[in-house]
Design a protein around this ligand. Structure first.
Ligand SMILES: [Fe+2]
Length: 445
């Protein structure tokens, strides 16, 4: 896999922290509403229970007042009326209302308001309502017979607020905090695969499709991770196919360029073998060795941009022709860097003519600033050029070529790499890669 990091990151953060915070806030509010609502429901139930008992007492008192109503009909009845109402128990309130709705007399704290804010009617027909922030039960007694014009007697009894009601708000807040904390914990647990998914998608945004998300969290999260992993596999396969097609096309192009000159035919394959051999001696990993192999095969692909007359000229090049030839590393870089996954190989094509002392081309960089793979291919390229026959020279003996490499170590070549390369070749192991005159003639035929 050659796809490298792209500086763009098109995926915004999923923001798990804010989801947890929002969940905790909703949990807190839900907890408060639930406990407060339940408390109010219990309070109403308690009032209704009280109203059944207290309502009977109020009705009894209203009947008693009704029995005394005969005396109220006598002269100066307003005094009698007020006296009778004043005799009711402390805490109770009573009104006398005529048939037109006019209040004839009233007594008690809760008689100041004519009509209660009606909440409901009890099963006994008493009114459950509120006045002055108190719950009351009201019983009405209608006068009958000759007393009917007097209207009705209303008796009101206050209900007791439940003792626990004072702590309801505090209880609701504490319950809300507990529920908010539980919501935070539940969200953290059920969405614990989110970060892994985010990492996987972020890598995909950088054209790296190998990172698979673990199947964590709730069912929906697992299903999402599974779908993303399948998409990643599919994208990875597609990217690999595109990469292979591109590399094969580049190799075919490179072989076409080499075929123009019978003396350089097979040069890239030999350079690739020498370079991989040196990479193995260095202990490079499989992926970098594969990069090195492709870099060796494609290092001169930029020669496709060099005129054939220059490329196949048998004699020495003029200055102008040499300048044209020197453009092939940058041309190779442009061709190979068209696909992001081949960036390392493009670096090799660009840097294989750089020199250790900085006098090379096209950039003129020196030492470690030259990519390692570029320095390796540079040595392999020079070794193959020395040990093979060209139109302008014959093939050199291996030992003589190694001595030239040693002589130019520290100026043209990386001295440590040359030492390793030469030691390998002198040990007798590895690929010699020398093309004989017979090979050249055979290819030419
Ligand atoms: Fe080259």
């Amino acid at each position: 896999m050659y796809f490298r990091k792209n500086s763009r990151n098109p995926l915004p953060s999923i923001g798990l922290g804010s989801i947890r915070l929002r969940g905790a806030c909703y949990g807190f509010l839900a907890g408060c509403f639930l406990v407060f609502g339940a408390g109010k429901a219990l309070e109403n139930a308690d009032y209704k229970k009280q109203a059944r008992t207290v309502g009977v007492q109020a009705e009894s008192l209203a009947r008693e007042l009704g029995r005394q109503a005969v005396a109220w009909m006598e002269p100066a009845n307003s005094e009698k009326l007020q006296e009778a109402l004043a005799s009711i128990p402390i805490g109770s309130s009573a009104l006398v209302v005529d048939f037109q709705g006019k209040v004839l007399a009233r007594h008690g704290t809760f008689a100041e308001v004519k009509n209660l804010r009606r909440l409901s009617v009890t099963q006994s027909g008493h009114i459950l309502g509120s006045a002055r922030r108190h719950r009351l039960v009201e019983a009405r007694y209608r006068m009958e017979g000759r007393l009917a014009p007097l209207g009705e007697i209303w008796v009101r009894e206050p209900l007791q607020k439940p003792a626990w009601f004072g702590a309801l708000v505090k209880t609701a807040v504490l319950s809300g905090l507990l529920l908010g904390f539980l919501a935070w914990g539940w969200l953290s647990f059920s969405m614990r695969g989110t970060r892994a998914l985010q990492r996987s998608l972020a890598r995909a945004g950088k054209e790296e499709f190998f990172l698979r998300a673990p199947l964590l969290g709730c069912g929906e999260m697992k299903a999402l991770a599974q779908s993303i992993n399948q998409a990643m596999s599919s994208l990875s396969d597609s990217a690999t196919r595109v990469e292979h097609v591109y590399v094969e096309t580049a190799l075919a192009l490179s072989r076409t360029v080499e075929a123009k000159d019978r003396y350089t035919s097979g040069h890239s394959q030999r350079v690739a073998r020498h370079a991989v051999e040196l990479g193995e001696a260095l202990g490079l990993g499989t992926e970098r060795l594969e990069t090195l192999r492709l870099g060796g095969l494609l290092h001169d692909i930029g020669k496709v941009a060099v005129p054939d007359a220059v490329l196949t000229k048998p004699g020495a090049l003029t200055d102008e022709e040499y300048e044209a030839m020197k453009r092939h590393p940058m041309a190779g870089d442009r061709i190979l860097s068209a696909i992001p996954g081949l960036r390392d190989i493009a670096d090799i094509a660009r840097s294989h003519h750089e020199k250790w002392d900085g006098t090379g081309y096209p950039m003129g960089v020196a030492g470690d600033s030259i990519p390692l793979e570029g320095r390796i291919v540079c040595i392999a390229d020079a070794y193959d050029a020395l040990t093979t026959k060209r139109s302008y020279k014959s093939a050199m003996e291996v030992e003589l070529a190694l001595q030239i490499l040693e002589k130019d170590a520290g100026t043209h070549f990386d001295p440590q790499l040359v030492a390793l390369f030469v030691a390998g070749k002198r040990s007798g192991r590895g690929y010699k890669g020398v093309s004989s005159q017979a090979d050249v003639d055979q290819r030419a035929a």
